[in-house]
Design a protein. Structure first.
Length: 296
C-alpha cells in the first residue's frame, strides 16, 4: 500500500538569503523535505547553515538536478530571473515541478490568497515578487468590489539590508512583473509599481501601500472584503497586518499593510523576503497534498 504521508522531495536552487530561509521553513513542514541545498559556492553562509542542519549540499547548480532527477520532485529556484529562464526548460523536460522565486514570469503567477488551488495543475509557478505578494491580494479585492478600476499604484518600502544582490540585479524585472500581476488579478486598466530601499537604522519592516482610482468607490463593501482577505493571508503569512484601513484620500482608495517576518533565518524586519517564502511554502504544500490525495 502506498505511503500517502510521504513528504514531497524538494531541492533549493540558490544558497542566498531567500534559499536559506526557505530551507528552515521546509524543515519544519509536515508535507515537504529538502533533499538537497544547491548553489555555486560551498563556502557561502547558506551552505554552512545547510551543513549544520544535516542537509545534503552541492555546488553543481542546475547540473546537480539534471544528473539526479529521480531525487527531486519539486525545485525552488531562488537564483535570478535570467538564470530561471535557463533552468525552466531543463526542469520541464525532467518532469520536475518548479516554484520560481524570481520575477522571471515564465510560469503562471501564484498568489496563494487568490489562486492557490488553480496553480496545482501547473508545472511551473511564478511567485511574482515580494511587493506583488503583499499588494496583489488587496488589488484583487478592489477589483472584485469595483468593476471600473482605472488605475492602481503599489508602493513597497523595504529595509535596504533585506535587498540582496539578486533583488538589486532584477529591479527592472521586479517592476514589470509586479505591474503585470496587479493588472492580471485586479483588472485595472493601468498599473504602476514602485520599490523603495530604505537605508534607515534600525531597519524598518516591509510596508506596502495600494492606491486605486475607481469611478464609484464603495467603501462599505470594500472594508470587510479587505479584512477577510487579510485573515486569509495571515493563515500562511502570520506577520501580515493592516497598517491603514481602506480610506478615501484625494479621490483615491488607499490601503496600507505592514509585514513582519517570522525570523527563521532572516531578521524579522525582512518581511519582504518572508512573505514570498511563506507564499512559496504554501504552494509547495498544496502540491504535496494534491499528490497524497492522488495516491489514496
Amino acid at each position: 500500500m502506498a505511503d500517502t504521508k510521504r513528504k514531497l522531495k524538494t531541492a533549493i536552487l540558490g544558497s542566498g538569503l531567500i534559499g536559506t530561509d526557505l530551507l528552515v521553513k521546509i524543515l519544519r513542514s509536515e508535507y515537504l523535505e529538502c533533499t538537497a541545498f544547491i548553489g555555486r559556492n560551498l563556502q557561502s553562509r547558506g551552505m554552512s547553515k545547510a551543513m549544520s542542519l544535516g542537509v545534503k549540499i552541492s555546488d553543481k547548480s542546475i547540473d546537480e538536478i539534471a544528473q539526479n532527477p529521480s531525487s527531486y520532485e519539486l525545485v525552488f529556484d531562488a537564483t535570478s530571473a535570467q538564470n530561471h529562464k535557463i533552468h525552466a526548460p531543463i526542469l520541464e523536460k525532467l518532469g520536475i515541478l518548479a516554484i520560481d522565486m524570481t520575477p522571471a514570469k515564465v510560469g503562471g503567477m501564484c498568489i496563494p490568497g487568490v489562486n492557490l488551488h488553480d496553480c496545482v495543475s501547473l508545472m511551473n509557478v511564478n511567485m511574482v515578487t515580494c511587493g506583488g505578494q503583499a499588494s496583489i491580494p488587496l488589488a484583487h479585492v478592489i477589483g472584485q468590489v469595483h468593476k471600473d478600476v482605472e488605475y492602481i499604484e503599489v508602493v513597497s518600502t523595504i529595509a535596504s539590508r533585506s535587498a540582496g544582490p539578486a533583488t538589486r540585479a532584477n529591479l527592472d524585472e521586479y517592476i514589470e512583473t509586479t505591474e503585470s500581476g496587479v493588472k492580471q488579478f485586479s483588472g485595472a486598466k493601468k498599473t504602476k509599481a514602485i520599490l523603495v530601499l530604505n537605508p534607515a537604522q534600525p531597519c524598518i519592516n516591509m510596508q506596502t501601500t495600494v492606491f486605486a482610482r475607481v469611478a464609484n468607490p464603495d467603501m462599505e463593501r470594500l472594508k470587510p472584503a479587505i479584512d477577510a482577505m487579510v485573515k486569509k493571508i495571515q493563515a500562511y503569512v502570520p506577520g501580515y497586518q493592516i497598517a491603514v484601513s481602506p480610506t478615501l484620500e484625494n479621490g483615491r482608495i488607499m490601503v496600507m499593510v505592514r509585514v513582519q517576518g517570522l525570523g527563521d533565518f532572516l531578521p524579522s524586519y525582512a518581511g519582504n523576503l518572508d512573505i514570498i517564502n511563506c507564499a512559496a511554502i504554501a504552494m509547495a504544500e498544496e502540491y504535496a497534498k494534491a499528490r497524497q490525495s492522488a495516491k489514496r
